[in-house]
Design a protein. Structure first.
Length: 229
């Protein structure tokens, strides 16, 4: 049995390494792309695959999708919440995206030591800080963290999504997008030791996958041991 992050999954898939067979593999953290889920399920070393969402303040597991026995249309979700956990999407936009609020009997009461209370409002729900959509069957799809969304020239931009798209290039190991002091997008990348990529090539790769307002104005290469995820 093993539990890994989506970043490690993408690293395993891109490297082509074959690992020892696993009875259970769970993936938690940022949402894993549906294409990567399908690739994982096709690997001989994966038997049961679970896509999970949770947070410490919730106690910690909130939802899990058993991908190995689910329809492919759900591969981009973390399934439904566990029995006894209520979930609502607060103030959804026109696309149904809003902050996930959950009510659970295992919610954090207070932090040890300083007595700090969790972000539970008078409504009794824990405010997760994560943006989700929720379909009519209750399946949750992670969009990003609230802090990942910034305004750039009046447009709402998901910096985490830009980083994940950059990491889809086979030469890129890690990527991080941030907003510079002048309000422009700044992309840091770490290139794999056995690969090389020119700025023009990466720019072309990104321009085919990003909106014009999502394109970084500056791309900086940093060493892997200096890269801050």
């Amino acid at each position: 049995m093993s539990a890994v992050t989506p970043t490690l999954v993408r690293e395993i898939l891109s490297s082509g390494v074959e690992i020892a067979p696993l009875r259970v593999l769970s993936v938690g953290g940022d949402q894993l792309g549906a294409d990567d889920v399908a690739k994982l399920l096709a690997k001989p070393y994966v038997n049961e695959l679970y896509l999970t969402y949770g947070l410490t303040e919730a106690g910690p597991r909130v939802a899990t999708l058993a991908a190995h026995r689910s329809d492919a249309k759900l591969y981009d979700s973390v399934g439904t919440t566990f029995p006894g956990i209520e979930s609502v999407i607060n103030d959804p936009d026109q696309h149904g995206v809003g902050e996930l609020y959950i009510k659970t009997p295992t919610a954090l009461v207070r932090k040890v030591g300083d007595g700090t209370l969790p972000a539970i409002g008078s409504h009794g729900y824990l405010e997760t800080g994560d943006l989700f959509t929720k379909d009519e069957d209750g399946n949750l799809r992670h969009v990003g963290r609230k802090r990942d969304f910034v305004l750039v020239n009046g447009e709402k931009v998901n910096t985490k999504s830009i980083s994940q798209i950059a990491e889809k290039h086979p030469a890129i190991k890690f990527a991080k997008t941030s907003v510079s002091e002048d309000g422009s997008l700044h992309l840091e990348i770490s290139v794999r030791t056995d690969q090389h990529i020119e700025d023009a090539e990466l720019g072309g790769f990104l321009s085919q996958r990003l909106q014009r307002f999502e394109m970084p104005s500056k791309i900086v290469k940093v060493e892997a041991n200096e890269f801050q995820k």
